[in-house]
Design a protein around this ligand. Structure first.
Ligand code: HPA
Length: 274
């Protein structure tokens, strides 16, 4: 057993002793500016990350740093309000540790949301994009290091990391709820700088539809642990230079706020169907 595995057990144990009356099998990670979903969680129990020994801390504005446990649309959920980005200086293995602790708590489905830049002119800011695949250009991997076979294999497959069942459910629900929903490939960069115009052109040639600085380490870790994953991007801006534009964090938070109502409605309706 590695130290990181020990951390996952310790984190899971601390959370488990605090959980009241619910047994969540669904976890949701909320991206930049998308924290409002947490407000819809009924009978919520809030555990600040700072109260969990060994749990990493968030440092980015728009990311709060709390676990929220409760009911969303009739289902028990565990929500991470605030995520960990590699550009904050977190080791990628830290993200695997957090996901492993969720696995130990009985989580079977992980829903990840994020803010992302569009790489396609028809996907305007303010829209939602279902992630159907990713390209990991971060140069990092959360699974680096000794493998614990109890969680997953040394060489996990990633070609079905985004659950085809959940993608189908999400599209069906979006149609019922009249929420426009694009489909595409998310490309992860390390950040923290926004891209150059040349990088954006290169990513378009690579076949990516959106770019962002998160999510991929969580998805790799969850797929490795055998969880079903659904990813949704709030499109907050066009990639740098696509419209002669210069993206900013303020713009992404402002636009994420505009996406929040549809994101909340979509996620909560999907949860009902899981
Ligand atoms: N690039 C990288 N990450 C992002 C962007 C972007 O344009 N928008 C939101 N997150």
């Amino acid at each position: 057993m590695t130290d990181k595995t020990t951390d996952a057990f310790s984190i899971a144990q601390q959370i488990q002793t605090q959980i009241n009356k619910i047994t969540p099998q669904i976890a949701i990670i909320l991206g930049s500016g998308l924290g409002s979903l947490a407000k819809q969680i009924g009978a919520a129990q809030v555990i600040p990350y700072s109260e969990i020994k060994g749990f990493p801390q968030t440092t980015v504005s728009g990311h709060k740093g709390c676990l929220i446990l409760g009911k969303l649309n009739g289902k028990d959920v565990l929500c991470l309000q605030g995520r960990f980005h590699l550009y904050e200086g977190h080791q990628p293995q830290v993200i695997a540790t957090v996901i492993k602790s969720l696995k130990l708590l009985g989580i079977k489905t992980l829903i990840v949301t994020n803010a992302a830049g569009s790489l396609r002119s028809e996907i305007a800011p303010g829209n939602l994009m279902l992630i159907n695949d990713h390209i990991n250009l971060s140069g990092q991997n959360p699974l680096i290091g000794p493998n614990d076979d109890n969680f997953g294999p040394r060489f996990p497959a990633m070609n079905k990391a985004y659950s085809p069942d959940l993608i189908a459910t999400a599209h069906q629900v979006a149609k019922q709820e009249n929420i426009p929903l694009y489909d595409g490939t998310y490309l992860m960069v390390l950040g923290p700088n926004f891209e150059t115009a040349a990088e954006i052109r290169a990513f378009q040639i690579l076949g990516a539809d959106a770019v962002g600085m998160s999510t991929v380490p969580e998805v790799i870790s969850a797929a490795y642990c055998g969880m079903k994953v659904l990813g949704i991007s709030a499109i907050t801006n066009y990639g740098a230079g696509m419209q002669n534009n210069t993206p900013s964090h303020e713009e992404t938070l402002e636009q994420a706020d505009k996406c929040a109502a549809n994101m909340c409605r979509l996620v909560s309706s999907i949860i009902k169907e899981i």
